[in-house]
Write a protein that binds this ligand. Structure first.
Ligand SMILES: Cc1cc2nc3c(=O)[nH]c(=O)nc-3n(C[C@H](O)[C@H](O)[C@H](O)COP(=O)(O)O)c2cc1C
Length: 391
């Protein structure tokens, strides 16, 4: 490629769209129902502005911090996603990129690579689990992650099995057999770069979830694992508390929007929570997390590490979230676009774009450290914020 480097995440997304088969690209766009939450995640950041200074600015700016007991080079965490079929190196490439930029790797239990392979290349790996399967299975999965070297556990609670999108969902086969290959051939053959990357490895995307394998059994298909999850009775707060005790180390609850839920997460002894609506892929109509963040941070920010994910596409978005009370953010689609565009180097490119954007925003508002950010740095229109669960 003439110039593989891209200067913004928007350009990475354009390249991802060009390179990926339509169904794979559509799976990353994701969203649910009418797409209200996915749209609001992006629109809400656009509605926030900055209050800049122009002289007396700081020549040096720092963005190191800590999260879940890990020293990190900038306030960003890789949010867990199942990235089946985006790139042959999948989560291993993402984890290497994150390691090279000094940030943690959140690995989905629905990922295409094993926790052993991922934790081997990123020493700040956080393993993500859903409440899926019986208690023995949950313990077995988390023990496996611990033995592999995972440093933290992320438990994602926001999922309501919504189905159907007004713009249509991509067709994803249970596995790539001859019938599926024939059906997908027309769209795949239009994407020779993507096809070649897999062809070089001699393997086609197998669409399995190796971290969901039962001991001694082979990895279930993605849909097999999803079916197990759908069959599992939903957890109570006591169940989540039990899970935290079983893990015993740094523990994040992901998917909180409401202040009352945030307080329960504090009560169960979690280390961190992520204000998140699952990237808008869950209950459509849930407000953008950046709107709900200040109320949650005010209520529990002194007792627990508050993280935000959803809609972060540039360094200035990170600065907005930190100014409004987050300690760090997690990113999802941004690094997926980078991975699709240019593999590990593409993810590093995205992280470098983010770092540059954080630095530039700090400079513009006259702050020498992310730890000096406060709400006055950000301008929000009237009625922007949402206080959920405060009555
Ligand atoms: C394709 C895709 C797959 C995802 N898979 C998971 C998952 O397996 N576990 C999880 O906790 N969150 C999952 N998420 C949600 C992300 O971790 C994160 O909350 C979301 O992507 C943040 O929004 P953003 O994409 O706007 O950055 C997924 C998101 C996408 C787009």
């Amino acid at each position: 490629m003439a110039n593989a480097w891209f200067e913004t995440v928007a350009e990475a997304q354009r390249r991802a769209k060009k390179r990926l088969p339509k169904s794979v690209y559509g799976a990353l766009i994701a969203g649910s129902e009418k797409g209200l939450s996915t749209a609001d995640n992006l629109a809400s950041f656009d509605q926030l502005g900055f209050a800049p200074h122009v002289a007396g600015l700081s020549n040096e700016r720092t963005m190191n911090t800590t999260i879940m007991g890990q020293e990190i080079g900038m306030p960003i965490i890789i949010s867990p996603t199942g990235v089946q079929a985006v790139h042959p190196q999948g989560e291993v490439a993402i984890a290497r990129a994150a390691q090279n930029r000094g940030i943690p790797m959140g690995l989905s239990s629905f990922a295409s690579k094993s926790v052993e392979d991922v934790a081997a290349v990123n020493d700040k790996t956080f393993f993500q689990m859903y409440w899926c399967g019986d208690k023995d299975t949950l313990v077995q999965r988390m023990n496996r992650a611990r033995e592999a070297g995972a440093k933290g556990l992320i438990v994602t609670l926001d999922w309501s099995f919504s189905n159907g999108r007004d713009w249509g969902s991509p067709w994803i086969p249970e596995k790539i057999d001859l019938k599926a290959a024939i059906k997908l051939a027309p769209e795949v053959l239009q994407k020779p770069g993507w096809l070649l990357a897999f062809a070089k490895t001699g393997r086609i995307p197998d669409l399995t979830a190796p971290n969901m394998a039962k001991p001694g059994e082979k990895a279930p298909t993605f849909f097999g694992a999803y079916y197990e999850w759908m069959q599992t009775p939903l957890p109570t707060w006591e169940d989540i508390s039990w899970l935290r005790e079983q893990w015993g180390g740094p523990f994040m609850v992901k998917g909180v929007s409401r202040v009352d839920d945030a307080k329960r997460v504090v009560d169960l002894g979690a280390t961190a929570l992520s204000v998140s609506n699952h990237g808008g892929n869950n209950l459509d109509g849930t407000p953008a997390p950046i709107r709900a963040l200040p109320a949650v941070a005010d209520a529990v920010g002194s007792q627990i590490e508050v993280v935000l994910d959803g809609g972060v596409r540039r360094g200035s978005d990170v600065v907005k979230a930190l100014a409004l009370g987050a300690r760090a953010v997690m990113i999802g689609r941004a690094y997926l676009w980078g991975l699709a565009a240019n593999g590990q180097a593409g993810v590093e490119n995205v992280l470098d774009v983010m770092r540059g954007g954080i630095d530039s925003a700090l400079l513009g508002i006259g702050k020498s450290s992310i730890h000096d950010l406060d709400r006055d740095d950000v301008v929000a229109p009237d009625g922007f914020f949402r206080s959920l669960g405060t009555k």
